[in-house]
Structure formats: structure tokens, C-alpha cells
Design a protein around this ligand. Structure first.
Ligand code: M6R
Length: 362
């Protein structure tokens, strides 16, 4: 059942190119049009509220950038445990979208039940299509990741991102923000991802060598900007869940507002930075870390590593990718770093202490 892999997590990380290609095939027809239920029409929707927990919540954080930048749709995001008790004012002109691998997370389900009383439509993005969250939504969209056994979510996260990207494109079409050529461009970028992820999977041995050093750290920071900021938080969550090393993800620009006080020669700082429009800003944050003897691990593309790799402790070079969808590709090294660090520490990767796969109690 582990198909020759040592752990479910390793198998599930490796499956990502295939399951993402499956999800894309499901939601994009051969003629390049989107295949979504007719009821999913964003015309007249003036706001989208997305709610989830844990890794699924980080998927909504990334998707906020897409809905706002590609579709011009204002988005609010919240974690379910806060949303459900805050009982925020909602209106029929807005939709609520819930993301959950299991579809049984107690807080997310309670948040959905609250929203259902107030919003125009409740949409869910789920892996388990027969789950409570799927059943109680007006529209449930499967992510088609297949069964995910590892407690640390990997392929469900990247499949959630893929489906959310498709939804952002649909919102952009419905709102008149995207023409056929624009859609084709975004779809070409998404369709390139499985191949790029295969390339990233091939870096596993290099990443494992970096992880052997990370395993000695007590604290690790992850930095990112734009849609890579939520991936920094996801990378930190993955690492702490399975290696038990304290890790935090920050927006690069927040560094000087506090966390830089943590930096000394013992603190590795993982910088997730494709060479996009914000790269130079991130490089200056990186230099601030290096000036304080922090150990920078730069994860970028060849152009980024050529430009800013000097002085870094380690570099990991990924292929080039469309900037907006970079979080999907950069998930792979973030997951592999966590995985190999946990292996180096000898922890139980698939069954980390104190955690359950499905959190059905609050
Ligand atoms: O089943 P869900 O997606 O609703 O679960 C949400 C979180 O409990 C889950 O993502 C958790 O954070 C994972 N252990 C992350 O790896």
C-alpha cells in the first residue's frame, strides 16, 4: 500500500504530479474551457469568505492572492475556530468557501453551518466527496487527490491549490476580468506544473543533505512574499508537525518588525523566493539576515540563485514557473525539507505525536 515507499508521506509527496494532472483534466475540457457546475457563477458575487483550518487554511491564504489579483474579487479569510464563534456579519451577496481534506473537521463544519444561514451560496473544496462538509454545501468540488494517509497533509494541499486556482479563473471569467487568451495563458502555466514538480522531486537527495543540517536547529524561520508568504507558513507548519522543531513562517517584510531579533548563527532561515517582481525586496531582507549571521537557505530558480545565492548557507534551484502559481511548485521542496528533517531526527513521520488525521472534536 506504500507502493515501495518507506512512508505514506513520501508516497503522497511523489504522487503530486499525477494527482494534479488528474485534477486539471477533471476541471479543464480538451478545448481549454473550464468544466464546472453551472450553479458556480460568480456574477453578482461581491465578496468571498474562505474558511478552513491548518494546511487547508494556508491554501485559502494563497488563493486570496489569486481571487483578488486575477478576478478582482475581494476576499476575506479566517480560521474556522475563530470564525464560528465570532459570528461575523455576512450578506446574501457574498459566498462562503470551505476547504477541507477530510470534510469532517469540527470547526470547519460548524463555521459552514453558521455561514449557510447568511450567505448566497456555500461552496466547499474537499477531498472526501462523501463527507459532512461536502454534503452540507450547496456545491462541493472534489480535489481528486486520492486517499491521503499521512497526518501531514501534502498532496491534498497542492490539489486544493490547483482547484482554487481554477475557481479564481472562473471568477475572473464571470466578472469579465479574463478573456480567452488570458485564460489559455493561465491554463498553460497550470498544465506545466506536473512536469515542473517532477523536476523538483528529483532534487530529493540534495534537499535531504540540507535537512541533515536543519535537524540540528532549535528554531527555523521561513520567509516569503506575495503568494509565497502563506507557503512560508505552510512550510513551517509541516516542519514543526513532523520534526518537532520550532518553526515560524513570516512575510519577508515583517522580519524587521520583530522576528529579526531571533536571528543569530544558530537560526536557519528558509527563503522561498522565485525570481518574481518582489524578488529584490526579499533579497534585501535576506541580506539583513546574513548580516546577523543567520544561515540562509535560498529556494529559488536559476536566475534567482545566480543573482542572490552568494553568501547563502545553502541554495536549492527549482525550474522557472509562472510567479502566481509558484506556491504549488515550491510546496514540493517545503514538504521534502520537512520530511527529510524528520527522518534525520528519527520521528514517526506518518503518525506524529499528539496529532490526528481528522480533527472531529474542537
Ligand atoms: O481535513 P482538514 O483539511 O479539514 O484538516 C485541517 C487540518 O487539521 C489539517 O490540515 C492539519 O493542519 C494537517 N495536519 C496539516 O498537515
Amino acid at each position: 500500500e506504500k507502493a515501495g515507499y518507506k512512508h505514506f508521506m513520501a508516497k503522497e509527496i511523489a504522487e503530486q504530479p499525477v494527482v494534479i494532472a488528474d485534477a486539471l483534466k477533471h476541471y479543464v475540457a480538451g478545448d481549454g474551457t473550464l468544466r464546472l457546475p453551472e450553479a458556480l457563477d460568480f456574477k453578482g458575487v461581491d465578496r468571498l469568505t474562505m474558511v478552513a483550518c491548518g494546511t487547508a487554511s494556508y491554501a485559502t491564504h494563497v488563493a486570496k492572492y489569486w481571487f483578488e489579483q486575477i478576478a478582482g474579487l475581494p476576499v476575506e479569510i479566517d480560521i474556522a475556530s475563530e470564525f464560528r464563534y465570532r459570528e461575523p456579519p455576512l450578506s446574501p451577496q457574498q459566498w462562503a468557501l470551505f476547504v477541507s481534506q477530510s470534510g469532517e473537521t469540527a470547526d470547519t463544519l460548524a463555521a459552514l453551518r453558521y455561514a449557510k444561514e447568511h450567505v448566497g451560496k456555500v461552496v466547499s473544496v474537499v477531498n472526501v466527496a462523501t463527507s459532512s462538509i461536502a454534503r452540507e454545501s450547496d456545491l462541493a468540488l472534489p480535489i481528486l487527490a486520492g486517499v491521503e494517509v499521512g497526518v501531514a497533509s501534502t498532496k491534498a494541499f497542492t490539489c486544493q491549490l490547483t482547484v482554487l486556482a481554477i475557481l479564481a479563473l472562473k471568477a475572473a471569467l464571470d466578472r469579465g476580468r479574463l478573456d480567452a487568451a488570458g485564460l489559455a495563458g493561465h491554463l498553460a502555466a497550470l498544465n506545466a506544473l506536473p512536469g515542473l514538480m517532477n523536476h523538483a522531486l528529483g532534487l530529493s537527495a540534495d534537499i535531504s543533505a540540507v535537512s541533515k543540517n536543519l535537524a540540528e536547529a532549535q528554531d527555523i524561520l521561513f520567509l516569503g512574499r506575495g503568494p509565497m508568504f502563506p507557503l512560508a507558513m505552510e512550510g513551517a507548519l509541516k516542519l514543526k508537525e513532523i520534526s518537532y522543531i520550532h518553526a515560524e513562517g513570516y512575510a519577508s517584510g515583517e522580519l524587521k518588525h520583530g522576528p529579526i531579533a531571533l536571528i543569530d548563527s544558530h537560526v536557519p532561515v528558509i527563503v522561498l523566493a522565485p525570481r518574481d517582481g518582489l524578488f529584490d525586496k526579499t533579497v534585501s531582507n535576506m541580506q539583513e539576515v546574513m548580516a546577523r549571521h543567520g544561515k540562509v537557505v535560498l529556494i529559488s530558480d536559476a536566475a534567482g540563485v545566480a543573482e542572490a545565492g552568494a553568501g547563502c548557507w545553502k541554495t536549492i534551484t527549482l525550474p522557472e514557473v509562472a510567479a502566481q502559481f509558484a506556491p504549488i511548485l515550491y510546496s514540493v521542496p517545503a514538504q521534502l525539507l520537512a520530511y527529510h528533517t524528520a527522518i534525520a531526527k528519527g520521528t514517526d513521520v506518518d503518525q506524529p505525536r499528539n496529532l490526528a488525521k481528522s480533527v472531529t472534536v474542537e
